[in-house]
Design a binder for this molecule. Structure first.
Ligand code: BTN
Length: 262
């Protein structure tokens, strides 16, 4: 417990650990917020603004789901200038950065498009990206990242979730992990889409898996995922031999036997 307190999110320790040139220098730190997205709406945003909370009372997940955000997790929004041609690359950069940072602590993979999962398919991190538009064009990307670091998230309510500390049996240094992720994002932002896609494919569990794609109208297709395409879409060869591409947000991807994380 004593140790865990030393490793919990702390404003000064985040600053000490952060070796970035720019990202995260504009830091807003909170004990508890409704959602880091709510906080960002009340701020003057800049490229690199980082909003960190130790707890969220109304954390937002994908597909309008709630994101359980008890103390012990890492919850942050990072504001990035939308200057890349391919807006989909921001989510991929963030997923890859989180995967690389967590991989230093335990083995993990990406479930396309942006979940980080353990080797046996349990979710340790979720990412939700929102764009802020000015005159019809995206000006900023607000990347919301939630990591089950030292929080207890497993159990009947969240059967497919686990925390890093539950897997390793050790407390995670939350300040170091957060700082490492932000530095990795800064470094990947310098790279081309092609090199990001290449690295992404290597650690994406979905590529090479046989999956079920479920559309909102309940239409389903089954097939084998073959690669990540130019706009970070997933390519699939259906069981009928047709090649299709799936955009993130367009459909959900499950394992052939109903597994949530492939
Ligand atoms: C998902 O459903 O997988 C995405 C979860 C994203 C959670 C993060 S926590 C920080 C940011 N603020 C929120 O309310 N949600 C995102």
């Amino acid at each position: 417990m004593q140790n865990l307190k030393l490793k919990s999110l702390n404003e000064n320790k985040i600053k000490e650990n952060l070796n970035t040139k720019l990202l995260g220098k504009d830091l807003y730190f909170y004990e508890s917020v409704t959602s880091t997205f709510d906080v960002s709406e009340s701020l003057n945003l800049n490229h690199g603004t980082l909003i960190v909370a130790k707890q969220q009372t109304n954390g937002r997940g994908r597909e309008k789901r709630q994101w359980a955000s008890p103390f012990g997790g890492i919850y942050f929004s990072l504001i990035l200038l939308a200057e890349r041609e391919n807006i989909g690359s921001y989510t991929a950069i963030c997923a890859l950065s989180v995967q690389k940072a967590i991989e230093k602590i335990m083995p993990c993979l990406i479930k396309w498009p942006n979940d980080i999962i353990t080797k046996d398919g349990k979710k340790v991190c979720g990412i939700l990206t929102k764009a802020k538009f000015i005159n019809g064009s995206p000006e900023f990307i607000n990347v919301g990242i939630g990591i089950n670091a030292n929080s207890s998230v497993s159990g009947d309510a969240l059967p497919y979730a686990v925390s890093i500390s539950d897997v390793t049996g050790e407390d995670v240094d939350e300040n170091q992990l957060l700082a490492d992720i932000v530095l990795k994002i800064e470094n990947y932002l310098e790279k081309s889409d092609d090199s990001i896609r290449e690295e992404f494919e290597k650690v994406c569990k979905t590529v090479g898996s046989h999956v079920r794609v479920i559309y909102p109208d309940e239409r389903e297709i089954k097939g084998k995922c073959t690669k990540i395409l130019g706009g970070f879409e997933l390519e699939l060869i259906t069981d009928e031999g047709k090649t299709v591409s799936i955009n993130s947000g367009e459909a959900s991807v499950r394992g052939i036997y109903g597994e949530n994380y492939v």
